[in-house]
Design a protein around this ligand. Structure first.
Ligand SMILES: Nc1ncnc2c1ncn2[C@@H]1O[C@H](COP(=O)(O)OP(=O)(O)O)[C@@H](O)[C@H]1O
Ligand SMILES: Cc1ncc(COP(=O)(O)OP(=O)(O)O)c(N)n1
Length: 265
């Protein structure tokens, strides 16, 4: 059987742990053929972000139109967009339904604290992009920003914000990686039902790119699974193993990347 084709629209990471690097490694490990469109070139390493150059929105459009004129894309993952003009270009392209499955990781701030989305672009992301995707995957700070509320840190608070976010997008995976506790709990709202997905919290400093990896894994797996619940469950299992194996790598001096292993090795 031919592998599904997955596309990432995202920024770069020279240290290989996040952005298009993480996405393409994840696609390959999970049996999808990876393609990519760059929105911003980011100077970052495992210790933080030094800055980024946003590509001109028209050039992002040219990359997308040129690719889509030639290649059939089954699943799309959207990551760092950077500014409102780029969000609008991607929204316009999405209205043409370029892929059957669309996952949005609403990247706003890197773990090191550097902003990767202009603050004034949060409204465009919420109002213009969220309704056009199948699944949005905010972490706790991103959920709070999208809702204009305080960040929550417990499951009751997560459940309340999940319910509010479910009015903004067809599907929501609220990620609990930033909370405490022995389990890392994510809540999924999709097709009118809520699901609790949990995994043992891995003790490691090497967590760079967890959100990128999870959303890319969902996009890679969705065409290969019967429904969103199965794709998200298996994507979380892949990420958990990549986190458990992260310390086998020794990349950089800060928060190193998770280990993108190949399931058939
Ligand atoms: N230490 C950890 N152990 C196990 N799972 C984790 C850990 N940290 C994050 N996760 C999981 O990684 C995924 C990304 O979560 P999160 O860190 O909240 O997002 P982001 O990377 O976008 O900030 C979620 O499925 C979350 O539950
Ligand atoms: C280009 C780019 N996109 C997204 C991120 C944020 O990635 P994330 O998976 O949330 O992990 P951290 O970098 O925050 O550890 C990024 N850094 N770069």
């Amino acid at each position: 059987m031919k592998p599904p084709v997955a596309l990432t629209i995202a920024g770069t990471d020279p240290s290989g742990g996040a952005g298009t690097s993480a996405d393409l490694k994840t696609f390959g490990a999970l049996g999808a053929f990876g393609t990519s469109v760059i929105t911003a070139v980011v100077a970052q390493n495992t210790q933080g972000v030094a800055g980024f150059e946003q590509l001109a929105p028209d050039f992002v459009r040219l990359q997308l139109e040129n690719l889509l004129a030639d290649v059939r894309v089954d699943a799309l993952k959207i990551g760092m967009l950077g500014d409102a003009a780029t969000i609008r270009v991607v929204a316009e392209v999405l209205r043409g339904r370029p892929a059957r499955y669309v996952v949005l990781d609403p990247v706003m701030v890197a773990k090191s604290g550097h902003r990767l989305l202009a603050p004034e672009a949060v409204a465009a992301l919420r109002d213009e992009l969220l309704p056009l995707v199948d699944l949005v995957t905010p972490n706790l700070p991103e959920a709070a920003d999208l809702l204009g509320q305080k960040e929550v840190d417990d499951e009751a608070g997560m459940a309340a914000q999940l319910a509010s976010l479910a009015h903004l997008a067809p599907g929501v995976l609220l990620k609990g990686g930033h909370a405490d506790g022995e389990e890392s709990v994510d809540l999924l709202a999709i097709d009118g039902a809520t699901h609790r997905l949990t995994a043992p919290r891995v003790t490691t400093k090497n967590t760079h790119g967890t959100g990128c990896t999870l959303s890319a894994a969902i996009a890679a797996l969705r065409p290969q699974r019967a429904d969103w619940v199965a794709a998200v469950t298996d994507a979380k299992a892949y990420l958990s193993e990549a986190l458990r194996r992260a310390d086998e790598l020794e990349i950089g001096h800060g928060h190193g990347p998770v280990h993108h292993y190949h399931a058939w090795w």
